[in-house]
Design a protein. Sequence first.
Length: 514
Amino acid sequence: MLDQNLKNQLAQYLDMLKTEVTIGLSVTNDEKSNKVRGFVEDVASLSDKITVVEKDLAYTPAFELKGVFDHGQIIFAGVPLGHEFASFALAILQVGGIVPKIDEGTKKRIQAIEDVQNLETIVSLSCHNCPEVVQSFNIMAVLNPKINHTMIEGSMFQETAEDRDVLAVPAIFKDGEFLEGGKQTMDSLLELIGSKKSSDDFADKPAFDVLIIGGGPAAATAAVYAARKGVKTGLVASEFGGQVVETLGIENIPGFKYTEGPDFMANMKEQVTALDVDVMTGALASDIKEAENSSNRLIEVELDNGAKIESRTVVIATGARWRLLGIPGETEFRNKGVAYCTHCDGPLFKGKPVAVIGGGNSGIEATIDLAAMVDHVTVLEFLPELKADQVLQDNLYSLNNVTVIKNAQTTGLYGDSRLERLEYTDRESGQEHSLEVEGCFIQVGLVPNTEWLKESEVKLTDRGEILVDGEGKTSLEGVYAAGDATNTVFKQIVIAAGSGATAALGAFNYLMRN
């Protein structure tokens, strides 16, 4: 089942096992079961600390990992290869005595959960957002016996996915009921199952010299530049990584012929934490203003959990998110036909008709990617011409299962329990059309994450972007901004990173003068 290269890799991991591990195998004699049995037998052959026993599980074929200590159920329904191979390797090490690498605050949040949590995650092996969900829930199960988690491979359990109307992954279920879908982090998952991050976690923080709000490349670069100046630096964000972690292939960062978003941001986080930046995740900024009654002028940042953090300067780098169309069905069919990530969700539409809304680079890249997986792709562009680079358009028009419709205003997405059709209006003739599709990938640009600033002294453009000067300075003294949340013309990783450096240096110059 496993090729020799994977066996060699796994054997090195399994040498780290400290205690015995039992694999409970639930299989029959069909082809799918034979694949799971072959995987488990290959794994067991690599370590004398692993024992395989027959077990009756809720899903077949599947297997359970059990260590010698008390922990929740960890089950893999299907074969955890592809992006989930790392999830399996980490899980078997953790039930085998290797302590999960998480901070003490997160560990306490997990162990404080008192209600039984029966959680399932339906995944695609090509999904790069799925492993973080699977690995986070598995860690929770290792640390708290009341938390049980099952990874369900969507392609092997296609009937289960279809019965639950899953058309986007990861799809998270609790007690068989849909809970949430899409990219998640450990912090967001803990909030999802009822473990909120208290304001006490942010209490007693001394005033920072530079406080960065955000977790993407602009924020990370600002943190690096500020910390290297020797000033006390903090970073607060809902999660570290930003929108970049939703990008799989990146080929336009100088010095990197090819990298992937999650890897790139993991390296940035390692660099940031190595510089002793106080990284605070699990909360969003909700207000910013000059602090009252401070002997020295400070900026106060309030978080959505009620906590307040003070700093001499602040860099806002809250990034942007996918723009919504504002049409019927857009939110109702999210994860039930409406999707954004072709790498994650494209395989779920194999052999089906789909649409892509948007003719810019992201939309045409998504179309090219989908064309290799689905039956047919229809591109709908609002303008008279596509906006994508010519090289992408040349590639697009070479495909025989793609239709491009220009001057198309999408008016609604409709269906019963899942997406069934898309309606649009021809902007030239005014004629209305209906298009039968089972998937719709929306790629129409970005919206800055700045709603929380509308009542502040930080001035915004009519598009909601933060107005900055050449140093990244905003209209509020001591506050700087960087990245996709600002009025920079181009939204690119390298530009965001560069503006993060500019803003941090601007903040440092302010500190020197004041």
